[in-house]
Design a protein around this ligand. Structure first.
Ligand SMILES: Cc1ncc(COP(=O)(O)O)c(C=O)c1O
Length: 377
């Protein structure tokens, strides 16, 4: 347990009321239930789970994910991989293109202690990685990726992925092992549309893998992602791996999409009412440096768990402002009262905190250092 400076000289907190704010709390029962539910989605489909650790960036949640049957972890950045390898995890997928010798040097250093694979989505990136790794006498597993709708990394079409795969397979220093897709159902709350995006995510990946095999290439790994598409994508025969992330905590974004409920949200940021200078306004000590800056265009930054009809409608660095809409019942919070906020995006919010405090109801059970915090390189 790492004592924080603000706790110095005080007895360890036993109840959440003993904690200084803003502080990130993880409800253990909800976490367990979320972990179990997604593990079952993968298991029932006969698909391996490799959860994305960017959501929590902690050893303790990662251990629980492995205890629920995960075969390894996914990360976005090498910095996350480094702290997780230091913490003893030895099978990681960097689901991100690794570009530049500074990154590749660090990858090579990690290979002493862990099995790693990474994403390639351009021939230039793959060629540069190949030259570097072959020069070091290394051969590292890679998957080629499709842009499945997020509009970020990934080759532009299934055909382009297969063509890329053919070239990558010839490169020394890289061992092509499969294909990655990441469907994007974040823009819809319609269950049918989500299902069809998820199915398409799986089908495209499986079709690419089949085309790769038809050209004599290896495609053992067919990996799909995402909490909103998971249960649809894994049912496509031929998918081998799921990389769900935010499911561990759930959040207002997931609730807005449909399948998650407010009662699933395991991560809250507990804040203190610091000002109530106007009758219709409560100001909390949690702004974007405690909740993260994602408003998703909603014009809100999180909602009180006990009053989800209210919202933080303005957030600056250290102030979160709740204004009562006309007709809303006044919560009657006193100055100094604690309010637990469900963030819009749990992954962003967790990353703002040095520690996550694991709680059983109001009881403090453990304090988990967010070892991947700030590890975005
Ligand atoms: C490449 C990749 N895979 C998997 C995930 C996990 O998605 P989610 O957090 O929706 O479960 C993400 C999330 O950003 C991602 O970028």
């Amino acid at each position: 347990v790492t004592a924080r400076r603000s706790d110095a000289g005080r007895p360890p907190a036993r109840f959440i009321g003993d904690l200084d704010t803003p502080v990130a709390l993880v409800d253990l029962a909800r976490l367990e239930s979320n972990l179990g539910a997604m593990a079952a989605v993968a298991r029932d489909a006969g698909v391996a789970h490799r959860p994305h650790a960017k959501t929590h960036k902690t050893r303790e949640v990662a251990e629980r994910q492995l205890a629920h049957g995960a075969i390894g972890l996914t990360v976005a950045k090498l910095g996350e991989a480094e702290v997780l390898v230091d913490a003893g995890f030895d099978d990681l997928f960097v689901a991100y293109p690794l570009v530049g010798p500074l990154k590749l040097e660090r990858l090579v250093a990690l290979l002493e202690r862990a099995r790693l694979r990474f994403e390639v989505d351009t021939l230039d990136g793959a060629t540069a990685a190949s030259t570097f790794l072959a020069g070091q006498g290394r051969r590292v597993d890679v998957v080629v990726s499709l842009d499945g709708g997020a509009g970020r990394s990934g080759a532009a079409s299934p055909e382009a992925v297969v063509d890329l795969a053919e070239r990558v397979a010839e490169l020394p220093g890289l061992e092509l092992v499969g294909v990655m897709n990441y469907g994007n159902a974040y823009g819809t709350s319609d269950p049918e549309t989500q299902a069809s995006i998820g199915r398409r995510e799986g089908e495209d990946a499986v079709a690419i893998a089949a085309a790769m095999r038809a050209r004599g290439l290896r495609a053992d790994v067919v990996t799909v992602g995402s909490t909103p598409t998971a249960r649809h994508a894994v049912k496509v025969p031929g998918v081998t791996e799921l990389r769900a992330g935010v499911y561990a905590f759930q959040d207002l974004k997931q609730v807005s999409l449909g399948p998650a409920t407010l009662d699933d949200c395991a991560l809250t940021v507990m804040a203190t009412v610091v000002s109530h200078a106007r009758p219709d306004r409560y100001v909390l000590d949690a702004g974007i440096k405690a909740l993260a800056g994602e408003d998703y265009g909603w014009g809100t930054w999180g909602r009180p768990q006990a009053r989800p009809d209210l919202a933080i409608i303005r957030a600056t660095e250290e102030h979160g402002v709740i204004e009562l809409p006309p007709g809303a019942a006044d919560p009657g919070w006193r100055i100094g009262e604690r309010v637990r906020i469900i963030p819009n995006h749990a992954c962003g919010a967790a990353n703002m905190h040095d520690e996550l405090v694991a709680v059983d109801g109001e009881r403090v059970v453990e304090r988990w250092p967010v070892i991947g915090r700030g590890r975005f390189r």
